[in-house]
Write a protein that binds this ligand. Structure first.
Ligand SMILES: CCCCCCC/C=C/C(=O)SCCNC(=O)CCNC(=O)[C@H](O)C(C)(C)COP(=O)(O)OP(=O)(O)OC[C@H]1O[C@@H](n2cnc3c(N)ncnc32)[C@H](O)[C@@H]1OP(=O)(O)O
Ligand SMILES: NC(=O)C1=CN([C@@H]2O[C@H](COP(=O)(O)OP(=O)(O)OC[C@H]3O[C@@H](n4cnc5c(N)ncnc54)[C@H](OP(=O)(O)O)[C@@H]3O)[C@@H](O)[C@H]2O)C=CC1
Length: 326
């Protein structure tokens, strides 16, 4: 059992086999750690085997169970083959987390049709292929739970029109599948919509875009970005029996950025307004290790908690110093 400190009880997923796409890096890696810490056999799948193997090794060193498989979610046959072979090997697939995905930053006016289609293909089609493969390969007969990671896109997605359209498509597809597949032995399918999260995914963006993320993060009513652990814990909840009557929802995990009108000073007339940001501590589940000194960078032989651009590492060190300790 992995040393990751989940807010949920150990053994919660001890009989479960859960597939996490994109589980070698960032949010997916954190989800894999947390599920393994709760007893699941976690299968992580993506294109780059070296990243997957590193994460699987970390999980095993912490006492968890993790296997790796290569997968390009844009290929429906690969999705089918992967599900069929893991069910043949382990006898079941009780959970699926569609986390793999991404996009690039571009104004809509400069985006080529191919660029738009590529991101829709990756996120919307890729998620559909995996859902369908899981349904046909196991869950249609035996039930199961699916969580689709989307992105906070309630008010559109300026700068990323392709991903906004794709994620909105996933949210709607999720509602349909909840209704169509609920009767098949109680399949549940839900979405988690992250706001801006300190994750390895940030390495994909040019400095100018990152500066925009950093400059605007204070506008979030939480006064900060989110942590990978805060997404992982939401996914765990939705996969767990604690959410057994929740089906077809989209759960924003964004510090209320999707509700905000972008005016963080709107409440500043109140004497308790704190311009330095919320005093509420973030949740970080990584095991206590080697003191707090390196801010999660993985120095001195301890596990690297986050692999993000330096300004985000500095923010993470700050969050870590105020985080809930479990
Ligand atoms: C408060 C709201 C908060 C939300 C904030 C959201 C922050 C989000 C963070 C994250 O999601 S972190 C996860 C980050 N990881 C990624 O995003 C990685 C994603 N990138 C990829 O996987 C790939 O780059 C891709 C986008 C899938 C494209 O890969 P592919 O190899 O299939 O494409 P190409 O053949 O290279 O290109 C196809 C097409 O797309 C155009 N294009 C690709 N990259 C860019 C770019 N950076 N800028 C502009 N256009 C791009 C490319 O030009 C091709 O079109 P044509 O030029 O041929 O017409
Ligand atoms: N960080 C943030 O602020 C936010 C993130 N999200 C979403 O959360 C998810 C995780 O993001 P994050 O951890 O930050 O970023 P990462 O870039 O670290 O994770 C993306 C993962 O997806 C995998 N992946 C990408 N394309 C494919 C493919 N075609 N087939 C299989 N796997 C693929 C990558 O692995 P590999 O390259 O090996 O295939 C990688 O492990 C993404 O869907 C992202 O868009 C949403 C909102 C905000």
């Amino acid at each position: 059992m992995s040393g990751y400190s989940s807010v949920f009880g150990k053994g919660l997923f001890k009989d479960q086999v859960i597939l996490v796409t994109g589980g070698g890096t960032g949010i997916g890696r954190c989800i894999a750690h947390e599920l393994a810490s709760l007893g699941a056999l976690v299968i992580i799948a993506a294109r780059k085997l070296d990243q997957l193997n590193n994460t699987a090794k970390e999980i095993r060193l912490l006492g968890g169970r993790c296997e790796t498989m290569t997968l390009n979610i844009r290929d429906p046959l690969q999705a089918q083959d992967l599900v069929n072979s893991l069910v043949a090997k382990h006898g079941k697939l009780t959970g699926l987390v569609n986390n793999a995905g991404g996009q690039f930053h571009s104004p809509a006016s400069k985006m080529s049709p191919k660029g738009f289609a590529t991101v829709v293909d990756l996120n919307l089609m890729g998620t559909f292929y995996l859902c369908k493969a899981a349904f046909e390969g196991y869950m249609g007969e035996y039930g199961g739970s699916i969580v689709n990671i989307v992105a906070e896109c309630r008010n559109g997605f300026p700068g990323m029109v392709h991903t906004g359209a794709a994620r909105a498509g996933i949210i709607n597809m999720t509602k349909t599948l909840a209704v169509e597949w609920g009767p098949y032995n109680g399949i549940r399918i839900n979405c988690v919509a992250p706001g801006l999260i300190l994750s390895s995914g940030m390495k994909n963006y040019p400095e100018k875009v990152l500066d925009g993320f950093l400059d605007n993060s204070w506008l979030n009513p939480a006064g900060r970005m989110g942590t990978e652990s805060e997404i992982a814990s939401s996914v765990v909840f939705l996969l767990s029996p604690a959410a057994s009557y929740i089906n077809g929802i989209n759960l924003p995990v964004d510090g209320a950025s999707s509700l905000s009108k972008g005016d963080a000073k709107a409440n500043s007339a109140h004497p308790s307004y704190n311009p330095a940001g919320s005093k509420m501590a973030p949740y970080i589940g990584w095991p206590q290790q080697g003191g707090e000194g390196d801010g999660g960078r993985g120095g001195r032989g301890v596990l690297k908690e986050l692999d993000a651009p330096e300004p985000m590492m500095q923010l993470y060190a700050k969050y870590k110093s105020m985080a809930h300790k479990l």
